[in-house]
Design a binder for this molecule. Structure first.
Ligand code: FAD
Length: 463
């Protein structure tokens, strides 16, 4: 039964240090309150475990979202609105952004926090399956310092967790390693908005296309509302990882998922219904993977490489070291269009010295080795100039004369995107461009190099 509000004490120290000191003085006596969306429900039901409340709402140390090269750090006091409006979360952790967007109504999203969702520890909490699938880690803080632990295993049983009475969740860390994954987030409830999940799913996976078919390289499937704690379906994942997706595998995985969960009957649903829905959701996810375009393994691996290695690997596509370095810094890329767009933008923003470095990595038209080229760029050049090697001697001689005239006038080699062009076409273009002024020719050569880089990136992605 609800008691007189005057029997409660609420303090708001306004900084993290004072809050953890207060919690340490008499562990378990003070109850942290963030947005209060769960606490107010408990209060109304007369079920608050303490009458002493300490506010952690809007503490600057808990309410920031920091994007680092390898991970994103979400303050536990970030609200659902903070999360769903964050650009990098929306792009790279879209299942968490979606879960935030379907948690309660707008007022609830402005107030409810992700830290509160974790500690409230409802098996039906919407953000938790996404945290499981994304391999989230938690940073806990107390006067004793910070400790970092995987979110998987944090909840040990119904409403039980590895959080000491004097500790707060400070940060949720998400590794930025899921570029190129296909993801599926689904909430099944009585209606879309303002309903607690009967079952919810967060699943992501990466497939590789081989001659034998589409192989599941890494499937990560997490479900809510099907056991006392949000559940990662490790057995089902083990069954499908490394396998070629076909109808039989999907059927077996559906059955494995149903066996792995422990749903119960409650006021919102029955165990039988939940099992059937969980099976459907897993099946739907695997069918989505089966339809997915195989993500380039090259891109997925390159996204994870050390920055220097990544720059060295992509360098032959262009030839400019600054372009390669900046592309490595801009990772991760989710797909080919994103890579191409970044390549164009980076190339346009380089200066003349960088452009000329790229031009000089090519062999002259009609020759097979460039001054600054690498093994793979020389091999690509041979393919690009294939039609030139088939030309008759008169055209080859005219091209060599044209190259000499060009170098005398512009002080560097002639660059053209030769793919698909015959030697005579190239000769005609060379003779026309010899009439360009220096500035026009620089930009024309840069545009040709941009096109060459795009074609090489496509080849590079194919491995
Ligand atoms: C109308 C309504 C609709 C809802 N709909 C949904 C829904 O669709 N899906 C869903 O998942 N949830 C839903 N919820 C539940 C709720 O909004 C979430 O669980 C919310 O994330 C709780 O966050 P909070 O900041 O309000 O937590 P609070 O109520 O302030 O606290 C909840 C618990 O977390 C502890 N706590 C808070 N922050 C910390 C911290 N940093 N460190 C340690 N302990 C902490 C508190 O001590 C308390 O035990 C709904 C709630 C309401 C009232």
């Amino acid at each position: 039964m609800r008691s007189d509000p005057r029997e409660y004490e609420l303090v708001a120290p306004g900084n993290l240090r004072t809050v953890v000191e207060l919690l340490a003085r008499s562990p378990g006596e003070w109850l942290p309150v963030a947005g209060g969306t769960d606490i107010m429900v408990q209060y109304a039901a007369g079920k608050l475990p303490s009458r002493k409340l300490v506010s952690v709402w809007n503490l600057p140390e808990l309410r920031s979202i920091e994007v680092l090269p390898d991970e994103i750090l979400i303050g536990a006091g970030s609200t659902y609105t903070d999360i769903r409006e964050h650009e990098v979360i929306a792009q790279e952790f879209s299942m968490l952004a979606r879960a935030a967007s379907w948690t309660g109504g707008i007022a609830n999203q402005n107030r409810g926090t992700i830290g509160g969702n974790i500690v409230n520890a409802s098996p039906a909490a919407d953000s938790l399956p996404a945290l499981l699938a994304y391999d989230a880690e938690l940073i806990l803080v107390s006067v004793r310092g910070e400790r970092r632990l995987p979110y998987a295993g944090f909840h040990t049983g119904y409403k039980k967790m590895r959080l000491a009475p004097d500790e707060l969740i400070q940060t949720i860390c998400l590794p930025r390693k899921f570029s190129g994954y296909v993801c599926r987030a689904r909430k099944v409830g009585s209606r879309n908005a303002q309903a607690i999940s009967k079952v919810c799913l967060a699943a992501l996976g990466r497939v590789a296309v081989t001659a034998a078919g589409k192989t599941i390289e890494d499937a990560r499937i997490a479900l809510g509302s099907v056991s006392p704690v949000p559940l990662r379906l490790r057995e089902t994942e083990r069954m499908v990882n490394g396998e070629i997706i076909d109808a039989l595998l999907v059927r077996r995985a559906r059955q494995a998922a149903i066996t792995e969960i422990k749903p119960i009957d409650d006021i919102r649903s029955t165990a039988k219904y939940r099992a059937a829905v969980a099976g459907n959701l897993v099946e739907e996810f695997l069918n989505l993977l089966a339809d997915a375009k195989g993500v380039s393994n090259v891109l997925a691996t390159w996204n994870l490489a050390h920055a220097d290695t990544a720059a060295a690997q992509i360098l032959p596509c262009c030839g400019s070291k600054r372009w390669a370095h900046e592309m490595a810094v801009l990772r991760p890329f989710n797909d080919e269009p994103a890579l191409m767009a970044a390549s164009d933008e980076t190339w346009r923003n380089l200066n003349e010295v960088d452009w000329i470095e790229a031009f000089n990595s090519h062999p002259r038209i009609g020759e097979s080795k460039g001054q600054g080229g690498t093994h793979s760029s020389d091999a690509w050049s041979r393919q690009e100039q294939k039609k030139v090697t088939e030309a008759d001697d008169a055209v080859k001689i005219a091209l060599a004369d044209g190259n000499r005239a060009y170098e005398e006038k512009f002080g560097r080699i002639f660059i053209i995107c030769a793919t698909g062009k015959s030697a005579s076409e190239i000769l005609e273009i060379l003779q026309r461009r010899l009439w360009n002024d220096v500035a026009t020719e620089l930009h024309e050569a840069a545009e040709q190099q941009r096109q060459i880089t795009r074609l090489r990136l496509k080849k590079w992605l194919q491995g």
